[in-house]
Write a protein that binds this ligand. Structure first.
Ligand code: PRP
Ligand code: URA
Length: 208
């Protein structure tokens, strides 16, 4: 497993806005999607292309097109929806597989409440979206589910990760790569990432 921290001035700047307590719901949503665009840019860097010839303004010209990549984007409800628009801006044809999970607040274990997956998962790259990788329980549950349904190629986009969660995901699913804007310091006693962003779902949906 590889963890790619997308280290770029735009990402660092935008992450700073997300960390600020005073950032409004509206701005948080906008900036989360902007960071998602930058993470998906990195996550798709190994997509293969095929050359072909098209008619250009000055005659035939050789161009490239992405070859054979069937993708499903997998937002983990609900906070993962906060990254979806940014990712679909870049991969507009992707099918969407929705996985509804929430963390039980006392056990911190993920609880599944809704699943609707794309067809042909065995032929697709699944790109899981969730702003926060904290204990790793939600991401592991989502990967378990996708694999159970035949998916063989999976990566994850997370705005912020805790080292503890990365270690758990790596132990359970060493074949899954993670693309993130930051690996933070630690989890607090309530399973929140420090310094983190706070409750990402609440910040994206404007609930508290
Ligand atoms: C948050 C977050 C992740 C999960 C991460 O979801 O969006 O899904 O916690 O924590 P973990 O790594 O310890 O599993 P939450 O349960 O708050 O639900 P929500 O997205 O519906 O707000
Ligand atoms: N879920 C969040 O939204 N934030 C955290 O810090 C941990 C889990």
């Amino acid at each position: 497993m590889a963890v790619y921290v997308v280290d770029h001035p735009l990402v660092r700047h935008k992450l700073g806005i997300l960390r600020m307590e005073s950032t409004s719901t509206r701005e948080f949503r906008t900036v989360a999607n902007e960071v998602a665009r930058l993470l998906i840019y990195e996550a798709t860097k190994n997509f293969r292309t095929e050359k072909h010839v098209v008619r250009g303004w000055a005659g035939p010209v050789e161009v490239e097109a992405i070859s054979g990549k069937k993708v499903t984007v997998v937002p983990i409800l609900r906070a993962g929806l906060g990254l979806m628009d940014g990712v679909l801006d870049m991969i507009p044809g992707a099918k969407i597989s929705v996985v509804g999970l929430y963390r039980n607040e006392s056990t911190l274990e993920p609880v599944e409440y809704y699943v609707k997956l794309a067809k042909d998962l065995e032929q697709r790259l699944a790109i899981i979206l969730d702003p926060m990788l904290a204990t790793g329980g939600s991401l592991i549950a989502a990967i378990d589910l996708l694999k159970k349904h035949g998916c063989r190629r999976i990566c994850s986009l997370n705005l912020v990760c805790a080292p503890e969660g990365i270690a758990r995901v790596e132990a359970a699913h060493p074949d899954v790569d993670i693309y993130t804007a930051a690996i933070d310091d630690h989890l607090n006693e309530n399973g929140y990432i420090i310094p983190g962003l706070g409750d990402a779902g609440d910040r994206i949906f404007g609930t508290k």
